[in-house]
Design a protein around this ligand. Structure first.
Ligand code: AMP
Ligand code: GLY
Length: 426
């Protein structure tokens, strides 16, 4: 089979790496890919947002399956376009992808289906939103309704910050039309966990749980990023919590959407806050997480292509997901200055000195005159394994330390919550 993966980050590199291992796959293309993906797939210079260009390419090359990585093409309807042209594609259609594309839509559905999520109000008017946060007069979370590359959520510690957030999103339109509406919600306290599941709209099969690290510096300090590292499994996610997540969150959403005429097919990502009252949904994403994919997918022993086909053909009930019992930890190596301004084009060295059990997934790399150079904020995701999370942490850092490029920075405390939990349980 010929497969096309859409996207060009660490998540897509991991999907390419995994799909390449399938005995059904003869050839993989990736659009647009990156410098590292080019070692595993043929990169095609088409942007992930060029929906018709991608469909033309898939038709021309007789692609058997297209796998869509990022949310932007999914919410823009890439699946609808591919399907209308008779092309096989993995991911939710535009209607189902609204679960990520519109926070108002997601909150309204969760309320309708009785899914635990923070109490909230929706505003389409800045003056009304400002009046509300003034009355609230305390901490809250202000969220732009639409896609904002992970930056549209502002945790306001007090009234002044909440007012500033409303102004930034609704008046200054810092995230463009994503700020036509805002959700103002209650600030939840607890530990976060990412739970992904495959679903064909009828059957739900969860993936191993993981935890992301969004802040740029150690100790969860500094601004939010796309994700500085991840680990799986997540000890906070107990079997009791898992049962609750499936019964109180995933099933009501997938079956509720189906009753509302929306068949969700693909992977659903539930970002949860584990509170003293159980799991609450912070957000849904309509795609694999990044960098969660870099720890979850390498732990999947089953053939990913077979799973994806089963989702598309609505026979997910026939598939069993098998997991590697080892723990996986991913550390993201970022460019100096990220998530602010950073320089590109720095030569990357040390990758050929890594032992084979350490995986390197490229996010922002390019080939320049035959040399691998940095081309993005998050440059590499380095994944290591171990019998325990502690072992995997030691292993992965022994690899990360050998990698160099000017300005490289990475967190040295990935998985710190799991390690602390382990110490308490000893
Ligand atoms: P989202 O893009 O909705 O996942 O939000 C980004 C991040 O903001 C989440 O991963 C949480 O760390 C935080 N967050 C979002 N909503 C809330 C909430 N209601 N309470 C506390 N933190 C939140
Ligand atoms: N790691 C967060 C996300 O993929 O949205």
């Amino acid at each position: 089979m010929k497969v096309l993966v859409v996207g060009g980050g660490g998540r897509e590199h991991t999907l390419v790496w995994k799909l390449k291992q399938s005995s059904h796959v003869d050839k993989i293309y990736c659009a647009p890919g990156n410098g590292g993906i080019a070692q595993d797939a043929e990169c095609v210079p088409l942007a992930a947002e060029d929906l018709h260009g991608l469909a033309d390419f898939a038709q021309e090359k007789r692609i058997d399956l297209t796998v869509v990585g990022p949310e932007a093409p999914l919410t823009a309807g890439i699946v609808d376009i591919f399907k209308s042209r008779g092309l096989k594609v993995f991911g939710p259609d535009a209607k189902a992808a609204c679960l990520e594309g519109s926070k108002v839509f997601a909150k309204e559905k969760m309320t309708r289906y009785g899914v635990p999520t923070a109490a909230y109000r929706v505003f389409y008017d800045a003056a009304a939103a400002l009046e509300f946060v003034r009355e609230l007069n305390g901490p809250c979370v202000v969220k732009a309704d639409g896609l904002a590359a992970g930056k549209g959520v502002i945790i306001a510690k007090n009234r002044a910050e909440a007012e500033q957030a409303v102004r930034l999103i609704m008046e200054e339109r810092a995230f463009g039309d994503a700020g036509k509406a805002v959700v103002v919600e209650q600030l939840l306290k607890g530990e976060e966990v990412s739970v992904l599941a495959f679903t064909d709209g009828k059957t739900i099969k969860t993936l191993a749980a993981s935890q992301d690290h969004k802040r740029v510096f150690d100790g969860d300090e500094g601004p939010n990023t796309g994700g500085m590292g991840a680990y799986s499994p997540a000890p906070v996610y107990t079997s009791e919590l898992h049962e609750k997540t499936v019964k109180d969150i995933l099933e009501p959403v997938i079956y509720g959407l189906a009753d509302d005429g929306i068949k969700y097919k693909g992977v659903i990502y539930a970002g949860l806050m584990v509170t003293s009252e159980g799991p609450y949904v912070l957000e849904f994403n309509c795609r694999f997480g990044d960098p969660e994919t870099q720890v979850v997918v390498p732990r999947l022993k089953s053939d990913l292509l077979e799973v994806m086909n089963a989702v598309i053909e609505e026979r997910l009930d026939e598939v069993e997901l098998e997991w590697d019992p080892r723990a996986a930890v991913c550390v993201v190596a970022a460019s100096g200055g990220y998530p602010g301004a950073y320089e590109k084009g720095k030569v990357i060295t040390g990758l050929d000195e890594l032992p084979p059990d350490i995986l390197v997934f490229h996010a922002g790399t390019a080939l320049s005159n035959g040399k691998l150079v940095t081309s993005g904020g998050r440059v590499l995701g380095i994944t290591g394994f171990g019998a325990t999370i502690e072992d995997a942490v030691k292993r992965v850092y022994s690899g990360v330390e050998r990698i160099h490029f000017e300005g490289i920075h990475y967190r040295r405390d990935i998985a710190h919550r799991a390690l602390k939990r382990g110490m308490l349980n000893d």
